[in-house]
Design a protein. Structure first.
Length: 560
């Protein structure tokens, strides 16, 4: 899930605190703001507040700036877009009450339902116009601007992102307060499925402009139109709270009084908090899975994330050598990593597109088996050594030293340690140094190209192979290794706007060719497709888990 996003300030100046107070974010000021007290006995599982663990901090509360799964989940807790996800992953109306689509598939007209922001303002079509314009505005530099241009094909989005047109030329307009019209460059068969993604969420223009640079940096500088209202949050917070929104358009559906989040990067600490009754829903991994796998409150769900190593090919000459990259990917023992380290039901994977999430119109899985490219990627120490010898001869070196950056969660540090041991033991003369960083810094370093190897992940934003394959188009901000292949770029272009765009079978086959180019050049070293091992209190029902876009949704959750 991810051009370069502006960082959210981690320290609050006196001036910004004044700005916060002037934004006027909530009507119920007694229950909101940085100093607000959490609702009820929020830290204990006996209340009707759901106490939830997340592994990493929220990076941004700005729907057009956020790039990570945790931020997306929390933003979706307090914001609705035009569409929402059903429990089965299908698409349903949210703020859209009805819609019409032109016969050529290029014009969508949405009628908005009556809904309010938490400051009392009505949600209007202009809020969507403003939000979408922010997403493509070069001044905002949203990493997910491509969702409107490359994926959504919204008219003029690409030219606006490139600075060739003003944001007002974007193919979206408010016909009136409750009527929104969207014009596309070319038809997109899955357009409705991307409208529940936070980049497409509305933003209250007057409120955002009043907040200025402080927008979305605290509970007082965001507005809610969704199921919950953010009541307590500061940048990099390790805990934060939300309460039920009494003015939500679908308030009768929401049974919880609120949500309490706690950031815990250590699985053992999370399990202790769960056993103490301080948390209702946690993630476990590694040895903790062994402790609880027979507990009736234990379960696993597919998370959709692909974990992989990205080699920096442009700035690191040795990693530009294809045989060395082959040596590294063949030297990995993925089955050992998932079975002996992660232990959460994750699947060893050898493809650029994971299985079990993208299906053709005929119901065919894009990746029916994990080992589709054994000639380019497999657990094979003998092949690894053979490629290593070829690389040493070509590069005129007998030893290599690379630094791999990794997130500061316990699980990923453990995975990285095993990767280091596997690579060094299989390929004599190779040294892997590990650099542990908070996720936000690790992502920034990879986007800047200031790394050699990076252990990273990508979660699907929508249920189509393009959400993965689009990353490796030349100059895509998520193309961390700066790889470029004209055949690949041409194939992707044909699938997006070219001859295959409206031919599902031909497009599917062309995307499989594109995946092969990625594997052939060892652009990434796939490791595993993540599952989440969970402990969920038996009183908790109705939490929805998705492998696409929003990993957890709490609108139907109950706590009896």
């Amino acid at each position: 899930m991810k051009s370069l996003a502006k960082g959210v300030a981690c320290a609050l100046t006196a001036a910004s605190l004044i700005a916060f107070a002037s934004c006027g974010g909530k009507k119920d000021t007694a229950a909101s703001g940085a100093g607000a007290k959490p609702e009820a006995t929020a830290s204990k599982s006996g209340s009707n507040v759901l106490n939830v663990m997340v592994e990493v901090e929220v990076e941004s509360l700005d729907p057009q700036q956020a790039t990570d799964g945790t931020s997306f989940e929390v933003i979706a807790d307090f914001t609705d877009g035009l569409k929402q996800m059903n429990a089965d992953g299908s698409t349903a109306n949210a703020l859209c009450e009805s819609e019409t689509i032109s016969p050529d598939g290029l014009t969508y007209t949405f009628k908005l339902r009556d809904a309010k922001w938490s400051n009392g303002d009505p949600v209007t079509a202009d809020d969507f116009v403003f939000g979408w314009q922010r997403a493509v505005d070069p001044k905002i530099a949203s990493e997910y601007s491509y969702m409107l241009s490359d994926v959504g094909q919204v008219k003029n989005a690409a030219k606006i992102i490139a600075g060739e047109l003003p944001v007002e030329q974007l193919g979206i307009k408010a016909v009136d307060a409750k009527t929104l019209e969207v014009t596309l460059e070319s038809p997109v068969s899955f357009f409705e499925k991307i409208l529940y993604f936070p980049t497409f969420y509305p933003v209250n223009r007057a409120f955002c402009e009043k907040c200025g640079d402080s927008y979305a940096t605290s509970a007082d500088t965001v507005l809610s139109n969704g199921a919950f209202i953010l009541t307590d949050y500061q940048p990099a917070a390790l805990s934060f709270t939300l309460k039920k929104n009494p003015d939500y358009w679908d308030a009768s559906r929401i049974k919880l009084d609120g949500l309490n989040y706690q950031v815990l990067k250590d699985s053992q600490q999370a399990l202790m908090s769960y056993q103490n009754g301080d948390l209702d829903l946690i993630l476990v991994a590694g040895d903790q899975v062994d402790q609880v796998k027979d507990d009736p409150e234990f379960r696993t769900v597919g998370a959709g994330y692909l974990w992989y190593i990205s080699p920096m090919m442009k700035n690191v000459p040795a990693l530009a050598n294809l045989n060395l990259r082959y040596a590294l990917t063949y030297a990995l023992n993925r089955k050992s990593i998932v079975e002996d380290v992660v232990k959460d039901g994750s699947l060893a994977t050898y493809t650029a597109v994971p299985s079990q999430y993208a299906f053709s119109d005929e119901g065919k899985d894009f990746t029916p088996k994990q080992d589709e490219f054994p000639e380019y990627c497999a657990d094979d120490a003998a092949k690894a050594k053979s490629y290593y010898e070829k690389a040493k001869a070509e590069l005129g070196k007998n030893s290599f030293k690379f630094e791999m950056i990794v997130d500061d969660t316990v699980v990923q540090q453990n995975v990285a340690a095993v990767i280091k041991e596997q690579l060094e033991s299989t390929l004599p003369g190779l040294t892997i140094d590990l650099r542990v960083e908070p996720k936000k810094q690790r992502v920034q370093d990879m986007q800047d190209g200031t790394f050699e190897l990076g252990l990273t992940r990508w979660g699907p934003d929508y249920a189509d192979p393009m959400t993965y394959l689009g990353m490796w188009v030349t100059n895509n901000p998520n193309n961390y290794g700066f790889w470029s292949n004209k055949k690949f770029d041409s194939t992707i272009e044909k699938c997006v706007t070219g001859e295959f765009a409206q031919k599902p079978a031909e497009r599917w086959a062309a995307l499989k060719d594109a995946e092969k180019y990625v594997m052939q050049d060892a652009v990434i070293f796939p490791i595993y497709q993540q599952s989440n091992a969970l402990m969920v209190k038996s009183a908790i029902k109705g939490v929805e888990y998705h492998a696409v876009a929003l990993n957890r949704v709490f609108k139907n959750a109950t706590k009896n």
